[in-house]
Structures are given as C-alpha cells and as structure tokens.
Design a protein around this ligand. Structure first.
Ligand code: 2DT
Ligand code: MG
Length: 221
C-alpha cells in the first residue's frame, strides 16, 4: 500500500501572510514533484459558502449559532473529498480550518459586556469533532503593529483590532488543546520576512510531504 498525502493546515490572524505562505508552499511542493493542492475555508463557492460569504460582507445577518454551524457544515461538505485526495497520495495545504472556526466564534462577547462569552467554547468545538485531523497545524502569529504596517485590516466583519486581539487569545488555548490531544501545533513568528517564515514552514513539513504511513486521524477524537 502506498503512503497517503499529508494534511497541512495553516492558520493565523488577518495580515499574517497565510495565503502568501500557503501559495509559496504549494509552488515549492510542485517544484519538488510532490502531488499537492491548496484549499481554503471558508470555501465561498458552495451553496453554504455563499451564505457565509454574504454574512462576512455584512450583506446578511445570521444568529451567531447559525453562522458557526454553517462554517462547520462548509468543512463537512468537503470532508470526504479531503479524505479521498489524501488516500490517493495527494498532499493538501489548507488555508484556515476548524481552528479558525472555534477562535472566531468563541471570541465573540455578549453585547454590552466586556468579556462575557456569547458562545460556549466546548459548544463551538463540537460540530467539527470527527473531521479529518491535520498532520500539522501551523499558526502564523502576527503582532498588531506589523498587521497595521502591512496596510491594516479590510472591510469584512471580523477585520477589526479588538476582534483580532480576542481571536489570538483563543488560538493560544486551541493550540494547547490540540497538542494535548496528540496533534502537532507549530506557532511561527509571522512578523519575520516572508522568506524566513517560509523556511520555518518548510522545515516543519519537509518530512511529512514525503508521504505518511499512519492512518488519518479524526479531529478532537
Ligand atoms: P478569509 O479571510 O480567510 O476568507 O476568512 N472564519 C473562518 C470563521 O469565523 N469561522 C471559520 O470556520 C473559518 C474557516 C475568519 C474569512 C473570515 O472567516 C472567519 C475570517
Ligand atoms: Mg479575510
């Protein structure tokens, strides 16, 4: 039996360079004759993804529970195709995944309160239980100053300084729990130059992308 592909998730705040790093990694893998593809969540092209897109652009309002479940459903839509590709030996680079799902939802606070959570952390985690688990999750950690220097945030719903700060705090907890459940969580200083960040990423994935013998694990299982 051949080896399966590696499932590599890249996470991070806005302006952390996630998409750039993911694209650079894809090119490097293809140049090394590794069969690989890049996917991203939310996948705004599906029916569910279009509802998510409209919410993010503030063109629609949805209950916070509903949008959380839609983000998760958007991953479940793709779960079997992810499994299939990995089984075929294809490596997948995934720009955002279930970790963003928890971080952005669990960091929401009740209107009028300073820190009282709107959604329970464990509740936020539960709809993603059983999804394909990444072989490594790489968290690109950018400081607020550098994010601002890179042109600041855009117009979408979560692209605000206070949101990003709270999201970062939840990412720290998520990383600890993912490691606690046997996952590999790598925090990379994304304030560094793109080349230096890519060097750290490559070093972390270069053995995984040779193919993996072990089974694909399930997330939070
Ligand atoms: P992009 O800017 O990467 O398109 O993300 N988000 C993402 C969630 O709130 N929950 C999720 O499950 C995922 C995958 C993060 C758009 C925004 O969507 C947020 C930023
Ligand atoms: Mg964005």
């Amino acid at each position: 039996m051949g080896k399966r592909g590696a499932f590599i998730v890249i996470e991070g705040l806005d302006k952390s360079g996630k998409s750039t790093q993911a694209a650079t990694l894809l090119r490097r893998l293809q140049d090394s004759q590794v069969s690989a593809k890049l996917i991203k969540f939310p996948d705004r092209t599906t029916t569910i993804g279009k509802m998510v897109d409209s919410y993010l652009r503030s063109e629609s309002e949805l209950d916070d529970h509903v949008i959380h479940l839609l983000f998760s459903a958007n991953r479940w839509e793709l779960a079997s195709s992810i499994e299939e590709s990995l089984k075929q030996g294809e490596t997948i680079i995934c720009d955002r995944y279930a970790f963003s799902g928890i971080a952005f939802s669990a960091s929401k606070i009740r209107p009028g309160s300073h820190s009282y959570p709107l959604l329970d952390y464990a509740w936020c985690r539960s709809p993603d239980i059983g999804l394909p688990a990444p072989d490594i999750a790489i968290m690109l950690d950018v400081s607020q100053d550098v994010a601002q220097a890179r042109g600041g945030y855009g117009e979408e719903r979560y692209e605000k300084e206070d949101v990003q700060r709270r999201v970062r705090d939840v990412f720290v907890r998520i990383g600890e729990e993912f490691e606690g459940s046997g996952g590999k969580w790598l925090v990379v200083d994304a304030d560094e130059k793109p080349d230096e960040v890519q060097t750290v990423i490559w070093d972390a994935v270069k053995d995984l992308v040779k193919g993996i013998e072990g089974p694909l694990e399930k997330l939070w299982d």
